[in-house]
Design a protein around this ligand. Sequence first.
Ligand code: ADP
Ligand code: GLC
Length: 482
Amino acid sequence: MRVLQVSAEIFPLLKTGGLADVAGALPGALAAVGCDVRVLLPGFAPILADLCTPTVLAELTAPWGEILVLRQGRLASLNVWAYVIDAPALYARPGSPYEDAQRHPYTDNDRRFALLGWVASRLASGLDAAWRPRVVHAHDWHAALTCAYMAFLPPQRERVACVYTVHNLAYQGLFAPRHFFELGLPAAAFAMDGLEFHGQMSFMKAGLFYADHITTVSPSYAREIRTPEQGCGLDGLLRTRADDLTGILNGVDEAIWDPAHDPVIAAPFEAANPAGKACCKAALQQELGLVVQADAPLFGIVSRLTEQKGLHLVLAVLDELLARGGQLVVLGAGDAALELAFAERAAASPSSIAVRVGYDESYAHQIFAATDVTLVPSRFEPCGLTQMYGLKYGSLPLVHRVGGLADTVVDCSLEDLAEETANGFVFEHFDSHALSRALARAFALYALPAQWRLVQERAMHQNLGWPRAAAQYLALYQRLCH
Ligand code: ADP
Ligand code: GLC
């Protein structure tokens, strides 16, 4: 099964969030179930630099006249074959792949990401005579135009299937209609039955409308996005496509996230031998200037600081968390008001709250290793990876019951403790009162160390690997190819 994965980000080369983790793990997981996987990526500097002995596959002219070079080779850090679009005028920009230094989206993002889809469709129609995919699998709005370009290819001898995965419906790639006419799609595509969305061009809608099959990253989110509350205006379309929409839960890349073999944490540990976790906690408390106290419950947040993540609820219960004897460590960046609010709280209580504004992969590992609880109170969460990293590292997740959080975390209610399914703390209503009650349950369990250890051990043993998801994707690809 030849599969071309198309995404804008890939860990460890370029990452702004969970999309990169998934794009980085999926090729290996699919290869392990027998797929022949290649990736197509935009030529951002770290990606071009990682390409071993690249050769030129083709020189192409984009629909709007721009010349680009399509290079191919093996990515050294991932050991996967990649096609990389070398177009420096579009991609050679430092910092975020999507925004300038003032956090404004680049004004040519339509071209930058239409090109990704356009090149994907060229590979689908046989641009590489030595390797033609059976399935093209595009991720999120950046790659979504793939599905529209493929829908308008001339009839092929062997049909190539197109799968589109929604990682977050809230980011849609909307552009003014005048941009549509330079992208080389037929005028018929700019219609309600197409990629037009309230007078604008929607890359997201192109994916949802034209893909042969849509997946999203958890079963719960697959249901939620078909409702007006969570459908971001696209729930009607998603309801009509309900038979072609599947939720496949992401996994954890255990080569990267494994406390028994994690080179950046203070001491290794595992479920059967958790002693190293106490060392990690003491080391972090010491380093951050928190009171070094083994029995002070340490809460952690590793997150983009955006409205989605529900972190204003944490600010609302922070006094209570401190009054109960807890400590908090935060690593995040994003919304300036949230950055400031957390920084101010840390300045006011430096021995119990530590906040670092920024992005730091190693520090994220150290936080999961050191903390007792990982807070993920998201308003909505398509899948969420940090609650899974928390589970793996014995940092019990405290989450809002939504999306992938609902699919991975079971509350420590008396009945779920008795039935040995509990692995964290879950609140139902998205308000600070409900979060505060979940916090109270976390402190109550923490006061029962033997019980806590049982739940922690269960969390660390939870099967979160990629093989299950890879098998589901493979079954889907096979069904679409028959
Ligand atoms: P999302 O993709 O919505 O941001 P996920 O939970 O799926 O949420 O994935 C977030 C990923 O980004 C995780 O790998 C998490 O560890 C990482 N991450 C988020 N913020 C930071 C940060 N400030 N520093 C380091 N890693 C971060
Ligand atoms: C998105 C979602 C997140 C998900 C990630 C990877 O960024 O916000 O919930 O885990 O994609 O699929």
